[in-house]
Design a protein around this ligand. Sequence first.
Ligand code: ZN
Ligand code: ZN
Length: 952
Amino acid sequence: MPHELPKAYEPGAIENRWAQYWVAEKLFSVKTPAPGDTTPVFTLLLPPPNVTGRLHMGHMLNQTEMDIIMRWHRMRGFLTLWLPGTDHAGIATQMMVERQLASEGIKRRDLGREKFIERTWAWRKQYGGAILDQMKRLGASVDWDREYFTMDDNLSACVREVFVRLYEDGLIYRGKYIVNWCPRCITAISDLETIHEDVAGKLYEIKYPVVGTGEFITVATTRPETMLGDTAVAVNAADERYKHLHGKKVRLPLMNREIPIIVDELAKPEFGTGAVKVTPAHDPNDFEAGLRHDLPQISVMDEVGRMNENAGPYAGHDRFEAREKVLHDLEAQGLLAKVKDYTIPIGKCDRCKTIVEPRLSTQWFVAVNKEPKRGGLSMAQAAADVVRKEYIRFTPENYRAIYLNWMDNIHDWCVSRQLWWGHRIPAWHCAKCGEIIVAREAPAKCGKCGSAELEQDPDVLDTWFSSALLPFTTLGWPEATRDLGAFYPTSLLITGFDILFFWVARMIMMGCHFMAPPHRPEGLSSDARVGTGLRPVQADSESRQHASDEALRESVPYREVYIHALVRDAERQKMSKTKGNVLDPIEVIEKYGTDATRFTLAAMASPGTDIAFNESRTEGYRAFANKIWNAARFMFMNVDRAAEAGAWSLEESAKKPIKRSIGLDGFEPQTLDDRWILSRFNRVAQDVHEALSSYRFHEAAHVIYNFFWGEFCDWYLELIKPRLSAFEGPAKQSAAATCANLVTLFEASLRLLSPIMPFITEEIWQAVYNGKPPLKSIALSVYPQADPAQVDVAAETEMAILQDLIVAVRNIRADLKIEPRQAAPAQIHADAATRAIIEQNAGALQRLANVDKYEFVEESLAKAAGARTTARFDVRVLYERKVDAAAECDRLNKELQRIEKEIGNAQRQLGNEQFLAKAPANVVDGIRKRAQELDTMLEKTRSAMAELGCAK
Ligand SMILES: [Zn+2]
Ligand SMILES: [Zn+2]
């Protein structure tokens, strides 16, 4: 039965079909290993996309890299678990639903919390799966049976459990704090969610009268409305100008309050007037100074950025309106000393671009620098230690220092958000006595006063709080499940730099805290798996340190972190909606296929380098896929013909199971080309292994590309052609062997390429077995591993000579403009060993370089016309062109004029000082190079004319 492979390579149809097949067949579902199973494990947690998400190029890169690594490990025999899920994405989702409600004329607050949350769940049900569907289309080899959502019941229970345990350990507290506040989203946002930018603004100098002196102190501010909440003026101890005012008071203009002049380092003598107003409730630095001097904290704004009752006559005005009014009134009283243009650093809400307001509010915090009550390291300390001790390694390595620097200077983590969508904080406030009860489930009554009037805290937790727990909560924590024992610590995390602190750092803190004793589930069994599981704790003190190191080592959420680069546009610009240069990966996929898109990203993903995504590259890799397709069709056509001629039986080869992963099993080299390709295959397998082991995806892609196209298609297939189609007499034997080798090699090469291009390789691989593959998918087959014994240096050297010779003859023929079909004789000068190699492969030389006959000559050909010289041989092509001399002279003459004109232009430019001064260096360089080329061309044309005897 002949092989069936459609004539044209159409990625769309193939890819959709296999993507669905992989999901339907549950090919990537992983069962919990049985006790005693020692199969090595490789686990990776998918950074959960937001439910609101749509696939962008960054995801596509991330997913491609993850999928390559996972497919590669699976094929290498690892029990490979890739855990997918989505994040509830607090603010993002809430805003999406608010927008939907707004279009119906409904406000969130009018709807009420319960109804709003119902609406959000409904929204999630309808739209939340979109991004995972896109992932399925990409062929991501994740375990769909384990798909989670961060607000699933079991994961929510874990969130409460973690919160309560942290609270019991003294690591959760409530505190007043200056937070970045978005008056539009009505929530605290973290510094990481704030966009910092500099804008043109004004600096206002305001005079404060010093009580009982008739003097004024002038302070400067960019936010004059906050003066209404001032509770001091600070001067520097070293500032001579104000020494006589220490201990005195000023009368706060407009508010008519007396406030002290304090001495504090907040005031810098060299900056402005050297005196600063202190507003503890509206500025983080002032807040700290206020704590140092025990100043009152007067908040003058409400949650939506409107002035409140503490703002006296300005109450009820929006903050920016109030600013104008305050300035107007100060000016009227002669207290506005100066207004200067000034560049102001402002913060904007990452979500809605509203200017954030530093605001004093009561929030929940995780004390990351504090030792837990039960003993042990602070969360930040443990998270720094595991990286210092290299229990977690970063690639590229520079992220290690960035991470450690951040962890060493970390502040407490504000984990409450004033949102409705998310994990509600498991704390209840007693309406009667004010007691706060933190508990896993709603308490019936207050433990202090017995009142049943309890209300749950309205805030929800920062989205990153729950996602920081995923490496262990998705595996069954706090139970000592077999999954947790088998798959934790996970092996690798692949993610972007943008969430290094949001997520990666917090996962490490949480993992090290909850997966080390005393929180690590007791009796967690880890079988005999390499690298997982705690060793039993020894009693003696010497091994106690070792045991605690070991505990720390096994508590990490992952052993390696690979930080991938950014995908930029072809001009290296960041993709952004405003610039309109955002590439939709799905559109690229529809145009060129997933395989070509994946290959582009892999080929450009050198660690630490941003990717300038260029569709022309993708077009090139689609051509690569096409080349493989055509090679497959060529192979099938030939083996089918051989089968028809009785020289080959497909059934025979298809019966051969893929059992060995080292080297190319079943490939029996007969000729130089066989020996050479076998050697190359093993080298390539080794190179790919080394590249993928250190996340050098680009190298793996290039090595495979060059092998498949440059060596397999361009050389090997050409070299074996005659052997494939000769079936008479002894040739029949040779055809059979050649078919067997070809199929074996092609099948193995498909496996080599499969992690990067899973679809086309699956399609062809299945066709190799004519619908009866030994396994359900190429993804379950074995990854080729190099066998050093199959590397054949002699074959590579010999083949290099043959290739050089063929290429040299082709080049000479091109120079002499010999018609492709026209055969020409050649002379070769070489030593005896080289001669022997050439003679043995004379057929290849004649066919691939169109040499009809050749002779070896004793004398060197280095100076002969129409010759090429290499270290191992000289070769000359003998060719007399029968030409119409007059017409050729005419053509050469025109050519000469064109060259001379271009030389004139180039010389003019290179002689123009002004031009040279202004033009970019590479342009000038280009012209110089061109001028050199033109000189050579001029010379060649002149000598050709002289040879023909053209009249000038
Ligand atoms: Zn906002
Ligand atoms: Zn109470």
